[in-house]
Design a binder for this molecule. Structure first.
Ligand code: SF4
Length: 396
């Protein structure tokens, strides 16, 4: 079957979403300090290749699945956030780890790599809006509310990989663990062996989907802690009755998919299989045919019969790449409009060239370094996840 992937139409925001200009309200709002080459420079590909060749084994480039193709072509390995962090640790010969991804991923790579390795994020504005929805001071205030309600001792914090190093560190210090979208069920099962309640950070949807769909809880077992309301907007009784205390955070990309998108694509593409990421809302996941991490989505489509049709609810760069890689299948995007991850897209070819050429010239730019105390406790939380039984932990 001919590939019928059609590019969604850009909205007026698309230029900004594609990394041009700056958004003063963005979560980091950090302008690149360097002298970037012009995006129109026809020699950018050659310059990136030359700088990478000059660095040889001293540099290892990691590319997240949601990155642009112009950047992915220079990745030594592609994957989800956890696989990439593991890959960084598996390459101690690399003095420099250039992380084509977002800030929390580079932090995790710094935590898991050896002290002689330096992690570089080509654009410091590449944050994650979900990770930034849980600020460490807010989480400490939340914990104080749980103490006040008499439930902190019964509660185990679990944080999604998509969180800052400070939140991972808090989790480690309070007896909890990190989780990913593919081991969230095992992480929650482990947590409920340690305590009676879970504080799930920062993605309410992954927490709710896992608790209700995989652990058999009811929606009433879950409450949402809103950090912008006094005492989270919850009474002590609600906190005492709840089993899952979900932080009010979400992914701005996966949050765009609605149940209507699923209905609409089923009408538009007869026989389509809808597969979505668990960062989508419970209502969307319930309507879909399958749910899974980026790695699971990739392998499900790779294993599918030729001629099958798939609607994919995850970031657009990955969906476009899947459509190109599988011309024998019909692969469409779940939403009709553009839905790139704007912060992932901050990493473009000019930033990559600037980072690689700077390293080749002996200057380390945009280094991501987690302070030793934070790194220690974050590592404790990561190691608890690694010690979970079952298939190796993975996947953003
Ligand atoms: S896709 Fe969502 S969770 Fe992933 S980096 Fe972008 S904002 Fe964060």
């Amino acid at each position: 079957m001919a590939n019928t992937f059609t590019e969604p139409q850009p909205s007026p925001l698309a230029l900004l979403l594609l990394g041009h200009g700056s958004d003063p309200d963005s979560e980091r709002g950090v302008e690149c300090p360097g002298d970037l080459p012009a995006p129109s420079d026809p020699g950018l590909v050659e310059r990136a290749r030359a700088a990478k060749d000059a660095l040889g084994e001293r540099v290892f480039v990691l590319g997240h699945h949601y990155q642009r193709d112009e950047v992915i072509q220079f990745a030594d390995v592609t994957g989800d956030s956890f696989k990439l962090a593991q890959q960084a640790a598996a390459h101690p010969e690399a003095e420099y780890i250039v992380f084509a991804g977002v800030h929390f991923m580079a932090e995790s790579a710094d935590i898991l790599t050896a002290p002689h390795q330096q992690v570089v994020l080509p654009d410091l504005a590449a944050g994650c809006s979900m990770a930034d929805m849980a600020d460490i001071r807010q989480v400490e205030e939340c914990w104080a509310v749980l103490e006040d309600a008499g439930v902190a001792d019964l509660t185990v914090p679990i944080t999604y990989m998509n969180s800052t190093a400070a939140i991972k560190s808090f989790t480690g210090q309070h007896g909890g663990s990190v989780c990913t979208s593919s081991n969230a069920q095992r992480s929650l099962e482990w947590a409920f062996e340690q305590g009676e309640k879970v504080l799930f950070l920062p993605d309410q949807h992954l927490g709710r989907n896992t608790a209700v769909r995989d652990l058999g809880m009811s929606l009433d077992d879950c409450v949402v802690f809103n950090p912008n309301k006094p005492r989270g907007g919850l009474t002590d009784k609600q906190l005492q009755d709840a089993r899952m205390i979900l932080w009010r955070g979400h992914c701005s990309v996966h949050g765009r998919f609605t149940p209507d998108c699923v209905d609409e694509v089923r009408e538009r593409v007869p026989g389509v299989t809808v597969i979505v990421h668990p960062e989508c809302s419970y209502e969307v996941v319930e309507k879909a045919d399958a749910v899974g991490s980026t790695e699971k989505i990739i392998s499900a489509i790779a294993a599918a019969e030729p001629g099958t049709a798939w609607a994919v609810g995850t970031e657009l760069n990955l969906v476009k790449r899947l459509a190109l890689q599988h011309p024998d299948k019909e692969i469409v995007y779940l939403d009709r409009t553009v839905c790139f991850c704007s912060t992932m897209n901050r990493i473009d070819l000019p930033h990559l060239v600037w980072a690689l050429e700077s390293l080749a010239a002996g200057t380390v730019v945009n280094r991501i370094e987690v302070d030793p105390d934070t790194a220690h406790w974050a590592r404790v939380a990561l190691d608890r996840m690694l010690a979970l039984p079952g298939p190796s932990a993975a996947k953003d």
